[in-house]
Ligand binder design. Sequence first.
Ligand code: ATP
Ligand code: MG
Ligand code: MG
Ligand code: MG
Length: 483
Amino acid sequence: MKSQDIRKAYLQFFESKGHLIVPSAPIVLKDDPTLMFNNSGMAQFKEYFLGNATPKSNRIADTQKCLRVSGKHNDLEDVGFDTYHHTMFEMLGNWSFGDYFKKEAIPWAWEFLTEVLKLDKDRLYVSVFEGNEAENVPFDQDAFDIWKQFVSEDRIILGNKKDNFWEMGDQGPCGPCSEIHIDLRTDAERAEVSGFSLVNADHPQVVEIWNNVFMEFNRKADGSLEKLPAQHVDTGMGFERLCMAMQNVTSNYDTDVFTPLIEKVEQITGLKYTSNEVKNISEEQNKINIAIRVVVDHVRAVAFAIADGQLPSNTGAGYVIRRILRRAIRYGFTFLNTKEPFINQLVAVLADQMGEFFPEIKKQQTLVTNVIREEEASFLRTLDQGLQLLENVMAETKGKEVVGAKAFELYDTFGFPIDLTALILRERGFSLDEAGFEKAMQEQKSRSRAASEVSTDDWKILVDGNVESFVGYDQTENEVKIT
Ligand code: ATP
Ligand code: MG
Ligand code: MG
Ligand code: MG
């Protein structure tokens, strides 16, 4: 089944269950001071859950463009290295605003996966909230009992508060959630290790696909819980992961969501990507694969952000977008040998592929292409200058170890990425004084440590007018990663 048809099947299924189908909200949030990007399907509906607005229908379904690169949800570090976390992804979601609850939501989820899509029941596991006495939240007996009608008890994993309980923030609506995981291991691997305690954290081929949140409580200021007067359902399913399961592959990048983009990169670079089924690849090929995954992932995030009105810039959301694009340029430059702008050429492929469902990408195709090309050209110049400066540094270095502070200066003043510095030094027979680099970094950090706060909630009430700060990516960037 093609990805286009999988998306359609989901929306049609929930339409047949009385849901109003609505378009995705933009990926960039302009009027929410607590969140920079949409990072889940429910963000555009939060006013409904808070009771501040009334929905057009009490059953809604859609696919939402999400970006998880900042705040509570930051998957950037994994992108390229694993096969199922993206920066931008689509989250399929169905909602009940005070309407249906667990006894409809669970059977529908099961019906959709096993009857409409005909996924192998034998490969599905579910998780249910185990309860937490200290926090005064009960075991989700209802969900457990409903699931028991469909799956054997040993396939129901009990999950803790971190994985299976959703809270809006310190206060407000909250409730247990129930996840569905799929086991895509080979039969041989399954025979070797069975048992159902596997979740995606434990094995790269056992992947969470769908989360069903049941909002049934309200957490009060004193920390106690009360039952909400009306109960809600909020679900989110990773579209690309579902496509992976449906297309009998073990990596999102081997689905038709990504293969046209990958083919274009192959065509431009003359390099080959190997699918996840190919084992025992060389270290060299592995790096090429990672870089290609980074490029085809990041171009989607950047292209959709620009199409939704967020240009790369030096502040706020624009800065995040610029850094994502630069990460892709850097991986290309280092591992795919791309010294000229090329990522912009992928926009046409993306527009062809996604334009039917997301017309904004087609409409803004020229702008998006041009902006990306300009950004590429300018950052490639920076990289070029950095290379020159690095030459000077090496020429001035007595012995074979480059002073950490020098590398930091390149990084800090000229934007030259540290992992690239380390790589080039190594190739040229030099080493990097990593401790010295770290020290210079720490000194700079303590100088600039502002009152910015890391968001740990899905959103929070503003107390002092502070906006969620983008910290995650800087942390990633600042790590000395010697590959
Ligand atoms: P994971 O544990 O895999 O990081 P999650 O528990 O953080 O996922 P949820 O917040 O429950 O994810 O989001 C609902 C669904 O969205 C997940 O079940 C998954 O299918 C999908 N999803 C979450 N994060 C990503 C991502 N970075 N890329 C692609 N799909 C994702
Ligand atoms: Mg996650
Ligand atoms: Mg999870
Ligand atoms: Mg989850």
